[in-house]
Ligand binder design. Structure first.
Ligand SMILES: [Zn+2]
Length: 479
């Protein structure tokens, strides 16, 4: 995390201050609605991110990009020269901390089914910020230098976007389906790979489906030696094996779990991977034992239900509004794939796996596991940042059965804890970074009200959500 603002500047100095040390480009300024040394949010419905019931008539003061005071409207001392925003009962909640994000979209060949991904450095960062994602972890990339440049340019104020926890290129084994992925042949390759990309500025890592146990183990140890974190989208290695080896996190809830496969051979991704999740008996002792093992090993799980919903027969049809954001070729790809998925007879193994995965996420959380959430803007091409962020969080309520307050906590505080950033982000508390969302609704009772976000404050600077969305209309898929 790059801290743009001074953490403390004395009050008398505030009006004339060095708050403007961030130099925003003319382009970024187009989306900035509030940029004041001290901002007072009055009469807020406060959702703190910790899961507590929303409190009406609250005031939050931010100074120099940090939260400096939180409390009842009637108890506030408004500092001189402060910008005051009367929220009139609108919700104020922490910015979203989303953990399975990417700067690329699916761009497979419809005809040959050859896998491909396309980097979208222009539109994706804006969509993330527009939806309220103030911090994202990129969870694997296909163009490392592009990802690092995007992060640097956002931090420098050149382009609008979220804070980025940059994940290195994938740690993949033999037989990758993506042409952009390197194949590690042996454990020594993983060590060299981790050290190289750490030196280039990446601060987290992700193992991918074909990686085998010895190579993953070498990667985990090398990452931990650099005091960094590693997650994985597994297949050839089981959840139990990876947790035993000390991995920090696992992606895609339990939908990438091959622990219950009947065809599983050591270090191989089984052919029945998906069917085996569809066939899981979630009430069995073996499921409970695995969940308890992961919790004992402090393995964090990331839910990514939005991208998996895109393979279910019951998924909703895309709204005209969502479609209006796509470039013609990406819209065409998505609609064709959507039609293909919808043409099958329900329930499919994808449908059943989705239900089981959702159940296991809730069980894992209820048993004491740390659950986080991410979007994974890939899949059928229709899950994109912004709309996909909201959908991933809505599904925590709709599919998993969490309360809206729990879902918000998973999408804010839990994400911050997983990244090790919870001292600085994830809740509305004094001393934390002013990453805040103004919402014209109440997502603590209706989670879909997240879609009513108006202003997104990142490090104390307020961006106009609508303007950010409008700036990418018709372009998502092109750049
Ligand atoms: Zn992913």
């Amino acid at each position: 995390m790059t801290k743009i603002f001074f953490s403390f500047i004395s009050v008398c100095f505030l009006t004339a201050t060095a708050f403007s040390q961030s130099t925003f480009s003319t382009e970024t300024k187009k989306y900035i609605e509030y940029y004041d040394s001290i901002t007072v949010f009055k009469n807020a419905l406060l959702i703190d991110g910790k899961g507590n019931t929303a409190k009406p008539h609250q005031t939050v003061i931010i100074s120099q990009g940090k939260i400096s005071w939180v409390g009842d409207d009637v108890k506030v001392n408004i500092p001189k020269g402060a910008k005051t925003i009367d929220l009139n009962g609108k919700a104020l909640m922490p910015g979203l901390v989303m953990l399975h994000e990417h700067m690329y979209i699916s761009a497979h060949s419809m005809e040959t089914r050859q896998a491909n991904a396309r980097q979208l450095p222009v539109t994706f960062p804006r969509l993330y910020l527009a939806a309220g994602a103030t911090t994202i972890r990129t969870a694997g990339n296909i163009e490392p230098y592009s990802d690092i440049s995007i992060k640097r340019d956002i931090d420098a104020g050149k382009y609008p976007g979220p804070s980025i926890e940059a994940t290195a290129p994938y740690l993949e084994g033999n037989g990758s389906i993506f042409p952009q992925m390197n194949e590690l042949k042996k454990p020594e390759d993983a060590i060299a790979f981790v050290n190289y990309w750490s030196d280039q500025g990446f601060t987290s890592f992700k193992g991918y489906m074909a990686i085998d146990k010895p190579t993953l183990k070498a990667a985990i140890d090398a990452v931990h030696k650099r005091k960094l974190k590693i997650t994985a989208h597994l297949c050839a290695v089981t959840y139990r094996e990876a947790a035993e080896m000390g991995i920090d996190q696992l992606e895609h809830g339990f939908l990438a779990c091959t622990d219950f496969s009947k065809e599983k051979k050591e270090n191989e991704c089984p052919a029945d991977a998906e069917q085996s999740v569809a066939d899981i008996n979630t009430k069995s002792d073996s499921v409970k034992n695995l969940l308890q093992f992961l919790i004992d090993k402090k393995t964090i799980i990331t839910s990514t239900l939005a991208v998996f919903e895109g393979y279910t027969s019951a998924q909703p049809a895309p709204s005209p509004e969502l479609l209006s954001y796509f470039s013609p070729d990406s819209r065409d790809f998505y609609l064709k794939l959507f039609a293909r998925i919808k043409s099958v007879t329900a329930p499919t193994s994808d449908d059943k796996a989705f239900v089981n995965g959702a159940k296991m996420e809730k069980m894992f959380y209820d048993m004491g596991g740390l659950l986080t959430v991410g979007t994974d803007p890939t899949g059928n091409g229709g899950t994109i940042p912004g709309f996909g962020n909201w959908r991933a969080i809505e599904l925590l309520v709709e599919a998993d059965g969490f309360t809206p307050l729990e879902a918000i906590k998973i999408a804010t505080l839990n994400g911050a804890i997983a990244l090790g950033f919870d001292k600085n982000i994830g809740t509305i508390e004094t001393g934390k970074s002013a990453d805040l969302l103004i919402i014209d609704g109440d997502p603590s009772t209706n989670i879909s009200d997240l879609r009513k976000v108006e202003t997104v404050f990142r490090n104390g600077v307020g961006y106009n959500s609508k303007k950010l969305f409008e700036s990418v209309k018709g372009k998502v898929g092109f750049n």
